[in-house]
Design a protein around this ligand. Structure first.
Ligand SMILES: [Zn+2]
Length: 470
């Protein structure tokens, strides 16, 4: 199996929409409600219009290049990639070809394997083609130029990945870096990937325009199986470009011949060459935040966390911040467990991002303090947390109002245990015969009668003692 897996060779070209307010070469906004409402002569490609480079986009592209450990080209320029298509009204796309902003970098996967980044360059997004569905006879395609000129960075990797899962991991790591840098909004911006796959010794097949991380993993899984099937039949894989269908999870042939040279790149005469001075580059370097992998390493060293927990805590910049603020007032192990298991569990289950949940650290800390002092059971703390995440109800207040504080004294708990034992003799007998499930049943009975105010573990311990004493 592992040998088979190593036959697969994958490289990625990732197109990331940069989260700027205005477009790459004009002042039009990057967000608009109405189709074709955010356009001007530049992004519509009117003759005589002149592009002006958005400095913010350059800042962002430099940040991405530096975070991906690239060498920076201090002098770069733009080129025209000539082609005809309705989404590109001036018949060329302004991009970087000969000299990109960054080159020869790498990104580390969660396994520790380094994937080489060949280049990072800036380019403009074409307009969006909107296909009207309906009866085949009346089918129309419309063009929305709002997207025309939105800044993109394209990140091109070497063919270093050996499985669809590695490709997915690369994209996970990449989006984490982009989020840390604050240059990409995963909820609004898109990540489009052109992915190439070959089976060792065979021709390379490019799969175009895959949206999202899961899409890439699925497209590559299909493509690997398809190519292995071709080889098993004794045929040769053709060099071609294919399209991925998100509904059927299959790829289909688009065209068989296409090379970069075929596009006829020429130097963009309306934009002069750019020279970046040391001072400017240093200021960008200084502005880079601590990224997730170095944060994870620091968490292990500074707080003696295990590698897995440190990785989970640093995967999202918000979670890491909440953790570091929380541990000023609560125990490190308790905060780590509470945030990675309970909080992340609730957010994931409800498909909420940290931005959407908009949590206040004070509220989370208040709840963790109750837990730490043993004033609330884990079960009721979780209930209060769910209420807080979904309905913004203050956890402390909720616990007070619902009478969920652990005000149970030892005698009350022992009485509840006594009652459960006496009322459920068959279960007690089963437990004595070695049936562990019977004990869970009895714990459940005590939890019920004490309204979840006692911790399951404590009940279990006391129940065992009580039964073993018979
Ligand atoms: Zn414009």
């Amino acid at each position: 199996m592992s040998e088979e897996k190593n036959d697969v060779i994958i490289g990625l070209e990732c197109h990331v929409q940069l989260d700027t307010d205005s477009k790459l070469f004009c002042g039009c906004p990057t967000t608009a409600e109405e189709p074709n409402s955010a356009c001007c002569e530049v992004c519509l490609g009117f003759p005589g219009s002149k592009p002006v480079l958005n400095k913010k986009a350059v800042d962002y592209a430099l940040k991405v290049s530096m975070a991906l450990n690239c060498e920076i080209n201090k002098e770069f320029f733009f080129s025209r990639k000539t082609y005809f298509y309705p989404d590109m009204s001036k018949n060329f796309q302004i991009t970087q070809y000969e000299v990109p902003v960054g080159k020869n970098g790498y990104l580390t996967l969660s396994s520790g394997k380094k994937i080489k980044i060949e280049r990072v360059h800036i380019e403009e997004d074409p307009a969006a083609l909107v296909h009207e569905s309906g009866l085949a006879m009346s089918r129309q395609t419309m063009v929305d130029y709002n997207r025309s000129g939105i800044p993109l960075v394209e990140i091109v990797t070497a063919p270093d990945m050996r499985s669809p899962q590695e490709a997915r991991d690369f994209l996970d790591q990449l989006t984490t870096v982009l989020q840390y840098l604050g240059v990409f909004d995963e909820r609004e911006g898109t990540l489009k990937v052109d992915s190439n796959l070959s089976i060792k010794g065979g021709e390379r097949v490019e799969v175009k325009n895959i949206t999202g991380k899961k899409g890439v993993e699925k497209a590559m899984s299909y493509e690997a199986v398809r190519q292995k099937g071709v080889i098993l039949k004794g045929e040769a894989v053709r060099r071609e470009t294919r399209a991925f269908n998100e509904k059927t999870l299959t790829t289909r042939s688009l065209r068989t011949k296409e090379t970069e040279e075929g596009y006829g790149y020429i130097f963009e005469p309306d934009l002069t060459a750019f020279e970046l001075d040391e001072k400017y580059l240093n200021s960008i370097k200084q502005s880079l935040p601590e990224l997730h992998d170095s944060k994870a390493k620091r968490f292990v060293q500074q707080y003696s966390l295990d590698g897995y927990t440190a990785g989970v805590l640093s995967r999202n910049p918000h979670l890491g911040n909440i953790f570091e603020q929380a541990i000023k007032s609560v125990d490190v192990a308790l905060a780590a467990k509470f945030l990675t298991r309970e909080l992340l569990g609730i957010l994931n289950y409800n498909s909420l991002s940290f931005e959407e949940a908009d949590l206040k650290v004070e509220e989370l800390v208040g709840l963790m303090q109750l837990l730490e002092k043993g004033e609330v059971s884990e079960k009721n703390a979780k209930q209060a947390l769910i209420k807080y995440v979904l309905e913004k109800a203050s956890p402390r207040k909720f616990i007070e109002e619902q009478g969920l504080k652990k005000d149970l004294d030892e005698t009350e708990l022992l009485n509840a245990i006594e009652a459960a034992v006496n009322e459920n003799r068959p279960a007690v007998a089963d437990f004595k015969k070695g049936e562990k499930k019977a004990l869970h049943f009895l714990v459940g009975k005590v939890m019920q009668s004490t309204k979840g105010k006692a911790d399951a573990r404590e009940i279990q311990k006391k129940l065992k003692e009580r039964i073993e004493a018979e």
